[in-house]
Design a protein around this ligand. Structure first.
Ligand code: BGC
Length: 380
């Protein structure tokens, strides 16, 4: 048990060091960095109390069983998240690999509900769920509650009414995630902070196309709304939407949408907003194929900070992205799960910040994500 306590505290400290490196980039002030450093002390304290709570129940970390279901394995961002989640639970916290069950929801809610029922039948201590349909949260929460199994929801946020119900009824459920309004705002600011504020032809209106993620994730809606809101508010310019289309977070769809739009609207397109980097990387292929030049006659922003996107940002081939901090999210979700398994109460919402990524801090962010991506691939 003592070993568990030590391992958790050390790993949390190193995670904070990593987060600070990320936050050291252009978009955070000295004040917030100082706040983050005092947060890091709190974090280690939190880790201590997590392990103490597990110890107090007489439960050994080696006995904790976790059931994880990811909405689909075939998603670039959720693959990074999943690998970090399993790595942290097994290597840093010390839960045996065979006690961490990870299922592919295959983008099918019926399939995922079966997996959840199996987790319940196997009597896992806690579930970490990335729902296919966030609207299924009330049903899934009730299933878990009935079985006395706590749930940590990740990535796709259940609605407010559902979250309030957990608090009001004392249900052991929580949501760990970032507020997508912030990522949208950062995208809009990245355009508004350009010298010409995204208005390439100088007519006072920024013409854009919006490539959206699957609306099952509220991130798609918020990023769409808040990117344009921040752009107009910060730049004082008008914005005109030439096209809005669903690319479902998918690179190939992003490419097709951008290709068609570039054919239809040509030089009228000044900005391409993408709800995530996978779609932005697809759109970038279309931009290059059309002979357009990012930073000169078009701008493009994404979200996630996938290594390839950050590399493009650092080389000026993409205007910007936003770090969707899968490392902090995965580690916070794992800690919440272990707290629940130890019988502790957990807040109904655990927020994680986004970080703006522009040419100024792209190298630092890249270094941070490569530390994780370059680790040997594990058979999770
Ligand atoms: C990420 C996307 C991902 C989606 C999955 C979003 O937060 O930005 O890249 O595909 O989550 O739900």
């Amino acid at each position: 048990m003592r070993l568990f306590k030590k391992v958790l505290a050390v790993s949390v400290a190193s995670m904070c060091a990593l987060s600070l490196a990320a936050c050291g980039g252009g978009s955070k002030t000295a004040e917030t960095t100082a706040a983050a450093s005092s947060e890091s002390k709190d974090e280690s304290k939190a880790a201590e109390s997590v392990s103490e709570a597990v110890a107090a129940t007489g439960k050994d970390v080696k006995d904790i069983k976790v059931g994880i279901s990811i909405y689909k394995f075939d998603d670039n961002f959720m693959t990074l998240y999943r690998n970090e989640l399993v790595r942290y639970l097994t290597e840093d916290i010390g839960i045996p690999k065979e006690n961490v069950m990870v299922q592919d929801g295959k983008n099918d809610q019926a399939e995922q509900t079966n997996q959840i029922n199996n987790f319940i039948a196997t009597k896992v201590d806690v579930m970490i769920l990335n729902l296919v349909q966030s609207s299924s949260a009330p049903t899934v929460t009730d299933l878990a509650k009935e079985a006395g199994i706590p749930v940590v929801y990740i990535n796709r946020e259940p609605d407010e009414a559902e979250e309030s119900r957990w608090a009001a009824d004392g249900i052991s459920a929580t949501y760990v995630g970032a507020d997508a309004r912030q990522s949208g705002t950062f995208q809009g600011e990245e355009i508004a902070e350009l010298e010409n504020k995204g208005d390439i032809n100088g007519d006072g209106t920024v013409k854009y196309i919006m490539i959206q993620g699957d609306p099952e994730n509220i991130d798609a809606q918020y990023r769409t709304e808040y990117s344009v809101k921040a752009l107009t508010e910060k730049s004082g310019l008008k914005a005109e939407q030439l096209l809005i289309q669903r690319g479902d977070w998918d690179q190939a769809k992003g490419q097709q949408i951008a290709q068609d739009a570039l054919t239809q609207y040509g030089n009228d397109i000044e900005v391409i907003f993408c709800n995530n980097d996978a779609m932005a990387l697809g759109a970038l292929q279309a931009i290059n194929a059309a002979g357009r030049k990012v930073g000169e006659d078009i701008y493009i922003v994404g979200v996630d900070a996938l290594a390839e996107a950050v590399q493009n940002v650092s080389e000026g081939k993409m205007t910007g992205t936003v770090f969707n901090d899968f490392i902090s999210q995965a580690q916070a979700a794992a800690k919440a799960a272990v707290s629940f398994a130890g019988g502790e109460k957990v807040d109904t919402k655990i927020p994680v910040d986004y970080v703006k990524v522009t040419k100024d801090n792209a190298a630092e962010i890249l270094e941070l994500s490569l530390i994780h991506i370059s680790e040997p691939t594990r058979p999770y």
